[in-house]
Design a binder for this molecule. Structure first.
Ligand SMILES: [Zn+2]
Length: 235
């Protein structure tokens, strides 16, 4: 009888541990799916930022190109006036204006070229970011499929374990002991039980008094005086 009780409690402990693992796995699935989804959202946000950057660069570049165009028109106009200058003084004034417009024109041209080059770079970065999004979406779909494929098996296992646990729980005497066990299980899951090995409670590593060791060996319902767990012997 004593050996049977210990074996049943050991089996119960083992089943509770398996149940805990299965429940963790079941909860882990949706978390994996959610984490993959969050990665996609973050990567999409990065793409949006790159798109906005490109749009701003293009707008600035278009504006500068317009400025350049009116600058060039002005140069044409000044060239015309230069030919019609009626005095050396007027000629010099127009010449100075022309010089200043040409400098401004060169500067604008440089700015436009630099902006267009930045647009090119930003587009390369955007394409890489869009590739990231596609890969993350694919990965997310794989994870979702994996989780969905595993879920029924895990649920079945949980059902089976719960049935076996109910059977194994018959080793715990009704009444106070049963109430004690149910409270422990509710708060500590598989931690409700602990193996007694070489007079030590394995869960809290405390030496169990000789009298309790004997009681465990003869199949009584004994809890660890230190951590409160139900003790069983596998020796
Ligand atoms: Zn203990």
């Amino acid at each position: 009888m004593a050996v049977e009780t210990s074996q049943a409690l050991q089996q119960l402990h083992h089943l509770l541990q398996q149940l805990e693992d299965a429940e963790t796995m079941l909860a882990h699935g949706p978390r994996r799916v959610a984490a993959a989804k969050n990665k996609v959202t973050a990567a999409e946000l990065v793409c949006e930022e790159h798109k906005n950057e490109i749009q701003t660069l293009r707008k600035t570049s278009d504006q500068k190109s317009l400025n350049l165009k009116s600058n060039e028109d002005m140069i044409l106009k000044l060239n015309g006036r230069l030919n019609e200058a009626s005095s050396n003084k007027e000629f010099d004034i127009i010449q100075a204006q022309l010089e200043s417009e040409r400098l401004a024109s060169d500067a604008l041209e440089d700015e436009v070229l630099s902006l267009l080059s930045k647009v090119d770079d930003a587009e390369v970065t955007l394409r890489a970011a869009e590739q990231d999004v596609r890969q993350l979406i694919e990965r997310g779909q794989e994870i979702k499929a994996d989780v969905q494929a595993k879920e029924p098996g895990v649920r079945e296992e949980i059902e089976r374990l719960n049935r076996e646990i109910t059977e194994a729980e018959s080793a715990i005497p009704a009444g106070e002991s049963r109430g004690n066990y149910e409270r422990l299980r509710a708060s500590m899951k598989s931690g409700a039980l602990s193996e007694l090995r070489k007079a030590f409670c394995l869960a809290c590593n405390t030496k169990v008094i000789a009298q309790d060791c004997v009681r465990v060996k003869i199949g009584e319902f004994v809890t660890c005086r230190e951590c409160g767990r139900i003790l069983y012997s596998a020796e």
